[in-house]
Design a protein around this ligand. Sequence first.
Ligand code: SF4
Length: 251
Amino acid sequence: MTTGLVFDIKEFAVHDGPGIRTTVFLKGCPLNCAWCHSPEGKDRAPQIMHTLRGDRTVGKAYTPEALAAYLNSQIPILTANEGGVTFSGGEPLMQAAFIHATLDRLDPVHVLLDTSGFADGPVFAQLVRRFDLVYFDLKLMDPVTHLAHTGVSNAPILDNLRRLSASRVPFVIRVPLVPTITDTNENLSAIARYLHGLPGLVRVDLLPYNPLAGAKYPMLGMAYPLHELEHRSVTLQPEIFSDKGIQVQCH
Ligand code: SF4
């Protein structure tokens, strides 16, 4: 049986898509972004988190039946509030079979996939077409810098963005603004050039770096690599996108 590993379920979420939503965070991510504020989502295996309230296990196994039953019980209130269900992570595409099986059992509801875009092309294409909306992260356009800061090539991500655009599923591009790394004029301009005229693009969301991103790392026995950025402010530059006719939101 396909089981999934979930590290959190957030109810009444208002920043994970339209309306009021329930967001399922799936454990495991093939990227290792230096600025990640959910380090408990990186490892595919359950982990012990040492918190002030004591130790707790991060990562709970669900069958598709159990997760769908849990979500189905909330769908009337989500739908009444023009919301739905969001699958996030970690990287949800690492558990694509589990998501397919959960969607098979879900009552009709708006569903959103929040992804880094890093996955095998066929796996990506088959999953995204089952969603009403996709949130797709774009971090760095330069391949060398992308590899240095995330641990992976951006080539499959850009390939999947083209697949997404061809799929006719609408998508929002999410750009994490990390001081001196992703928020440079050069990087944002390269992203804007790449997106210009891309079918299916709804808007670009600029997401300023979370200065508390390093807080959970010690609880997992991990070292946070970007402490020197905690007091740096980000450069927004929404005009780089709006000048090209791309709708942009700053969060
Ligand atoms: S893609 Fe997202 S979840 Fe994965 S390491 Fe990067 S910031 Fe964290």
